[in-house]
Design a protein around this ligand. Sequence first.
Ligand SMILES: Cc1cc2nc3c(=O)[nH]c(=O)nc-3n(C[C@H](O)[C@H](O)[C@H](O)COP(=O)(O)O)c2cc1C
Ligand SMILES: [Fe+2]
Ligand SMILES: [Fe+2]
Length: 402
Amino acid sequence: MKPDRLADGVYRVAAQIGNRDLFEGIWPIPDGVMLNSYVIKGGNKRVLIDLVKDWDGALDAVDQQLESLSLGAGNLDYIIINHMEPDHTGAMAKIVAKYPDVQILCSDKAVSLIKHFYKIEKNVRAVKDGETLDLGGKTLQFFMTPNIHWPETMMTFLVEDGILFSCDAFGSFGRYDACFDDEQSEESLVHLASETERYYANIVSSFSSFVIRGIAKLDGLDIKVVAPSHGVVWRSEPKKIIDWYKRLATYMQGPREKEVAVIWSSMYGNTQALLSSIVEGIKSEGLPVHVLQVPQTHESFVLEKVWRSEGLVIGMPTYEYKMFPPMYHVLDILERSHVTGRKTLRFGSFGWSGGAQKQFDEFSTAMKLDCKGVIEYQGSPTDEDKKKAYELAKAMAKEIKG
Ligand SMILES: Cc1cc2nc3c(=O)[nH]c(=O)nc-3n(C[C@H](O)[C@H](O)[C@H](O)COP(=O)(O)O)c2cc1C
Ligand SMILES: [Fe+2]
Ligand SMILES: [Fe+2]
């Protein structure tokens, strides 16, 4: 790849990561992910914002682009670390070895993380909230935005050009050959939309209250370009991605989309036998419904749809006196991601004494789900069970429709 020019003396140096690995060791990336770093040449100072992990050729790719921008060995004044997660710092020791006198600027909390992760203490300096750094003709300003996505996170604003280097915030999964939002094809924009929602739900959702606080903090800034460390650079519509993140963050407390996510598992078809009644009941009120079979659908995609939806239906049988294990795992992920308050139904089959419902009730309480009904039956469902399922699903959909 070649560096992409954002403004005079401002470049993105990016790496495209393929789909072989799971992101954070959990989340599939069938279309890969971008790792974006940024270079600023201001006056006589040279700055690199956020790094990469030595992953799928990323370090070599970034290295080559730095060389092409005349940032050869020793020729760098500052490294800015907005966020310590290894996708943005994994190659830190190697990069610092190339620029031994470089100054590393980061948040207060990042100082000890740098020490413990990379054993680097020399030339590391914490910046304060709102502090500015004069590069000669270009000014950087730092804003502490904790917990988007680790406690040490900050953002860096290039004042003269109005560029916000936001790291994980405003990011997306997926690889994009073109750097900017306005360079994407129609097809790429559709992909970007779902990969932004999935990235948010998987990586950021549990920090939604901090996202809302962080965005409020940026309110007074004249942001002309949003430059995240994953995904594309938003220059034609910087407000679009900020407002989009605000909406995604709002899904935690609500309001959410008038949609229903139906997650179901079945070993021998007895639980599945009720699925069509549930789906038809929801559809009869005209609501969009996302039907997701577990474990066949990875929790990454389940969480994406559950995050946005006001309605949640869980279908699963009893397994060894408890919930069907893959559904337990999915509910654990949903609970950790702060999925709360959904209007909910549960259905499922058992063989002799059940047990799934008891364990589900614990999740329901912990997640403050607004449970609208349960259809549980021994063996296969009766016509009466099917009718009840249809009616309960319809009533819930009607309530969501408002
Ligand atoms: C490995 C296994 C464990 C089960 N454990 C229980 C159990 O502890 N209690 C119970 O009532 N039924 C248990 N069952 C019976 C199932 O809940 C029952 O067959 C149900 O109809 C399965 O629904 P499905 O066809 O949707 O998979 C178990 C079934 C299997 C295969
Ligand atoms: Fe992160
Ligand atoms: Fe990241």
